[in-house]
Design a binder for this molecule. Structure first.
Ligand code: KG4
Ligand code: ZN
Length: 336
């Protein structure tokens, strides 16, 4: 059985995992850097330094939990991009070092392909693959918001993407306007439970071409509403503001998913990224009539198991060929 050791360091989570060649997750270690909470967002340089401090221990832990050593590993996989370039470089350099020390091949994986491939993982003990292509895939996190058409295991076609903020970023910024801590999504969802989603009509961008998203408008209209209400008024109506804001973001995401399903004729929808944890979004998508697949929470947010899963469908580079491999900060594909 092929064993893959995968690393993911594209943002602020230092992640390593062991995955088998047929997609069974043997371990999945995620070390989140809570340090950024006090700054209200991820500080790239701090993230890179923390990756450097944590990565070896996280790799050791992933091997140990999989009951494996580096001698058992057949392939090393790593996120090449997109992401914070300094953070990515820590993972890429570590993966190169580990692979080169054993003369192993290395698979360079696209982060977004990883989110798609989270759907192809089997968690030990659980039944069957979560979702097989073809399907429409919504990836909504703090860093990206993307709709993809997935026809096979090794690629996807972009149907739409955000033109400005990512959905998770919109939740984070909205939460900050309401005085909530970072990351804002879970806090805003909690506050919204006591609010009326119809209290304020926040705009959902509708007149965009194709299947693109835009969340800048809804954030700005929340800002204006908070200013109009004043500090005391906004505090009093915080739950209603949160519920109405959440409703607008969820509707924008759901409307695009519905359009993408209609346009492609596909009947299955996969959802990934941290925003997939949002209860009202899950409920709204479940009501679309399609088969909806949402991986377990730890496979929705950034993790290395999804990178190991994607690596199974990537042409690995033999020893020495990858020594010059570089990270890339943006785009959906390795630039070669
Ligand atoms: O995938 P993720 O863990 O990290 C990346 O950004 O790659 O996603 C984190 C994002 C944050 O913006 C966070 O506010 C959002 O996902 N999020 C949520 C919820 N849980 C996390 N947004 C809305 N509702 C939630 N329950
Ligand atoms: Zn991600």
């Amino acid at each position: 059985m092929t064993l893959i050791l995968a690393l993911e360091t594209s943002c602020d989570d230092t992640c390593a995992a062991v995955v088998t060649g047929d997609g069974e997750m043997r371990s999945n270690v995620i070390s989140s850097q809570g340090i950024h909470d006090e700054y209200g967002g991820v500080v790239p340089e701090i993230a890179s330094r923390h990756h450097l401090e944590l990565v070896n221990a996280v790799v050791d832990d992933a091997l140990r939990r999989a009951d494996a050593t580096l001698d058992d590993i057949d392939l090393v996989a790593v996120t090449q991009g997109p992401g914070l370039v300094g953070a990515l470089l820590v993972g890429v350099a570590t993966a190169k070092g580990l692979a080169a020390s054993r003369g192993l091949p290395l698979a360079a994986v696209d982060h977004l392909q990883g989110h798609v491939a989270a759907n192809f993982l089997r968690v030990a003990g659980a039944a069957g693959p979560i979702l097989e292509p073809p399907f429409v895939c919504l990836i909504a996190s703090g860093g990206h918001t993307l709709l993809a058409r997935v026809e096979d295991h090794d690629g996807f076609a972009v149907l739409g993407r955000t033109l400005d903020d990512a959905a998770g970023e919109a939740f984070d910024k909205g939460a900050r306007l309401l005085g909530l801590p970072f990351p804002g999504g879970p806090a805003l969802e909690r506050l919204a439970r006591d609010g009326d989603a119809q209290a304020f009509a926040f705009p959902v961008a509708r007149n965009l071409a194709g299947l693109d998203f835009s969340f800048a408008g809804v954030k700005t209209s929340l800002l204006y509403k908070v200013r109009e209400l004043g500090a005391d008024g906004a505090r009093e109506r915080a739950a209603d503001l949160a519920a109405s804001f959440q409703h607008a973001v969820v509707e924008a995401l759901a409307a695009r998913c519905e359009q993408a399903l209609a346009q492609t004729g596909l009947t299955r929808l996969a959802v990934g990224g941290g925003v997939a944890a949002n209860g009202p979004l899950r409920a709204r998508l479940a009501a679309l009539g399609a088969t909806v697949g949402i991986p377990p929470r730890e496979l929705c947010t950034d993790n290395a198991a999804m990178i190991g899963s994607a690596a199974r469908f990537v042409a690995a580079q033999p020893f020495a060929a990858y020594l010059g491999l570089d990270a890339y900060a943006s785009g959906e594909r390795a630039l070669a």
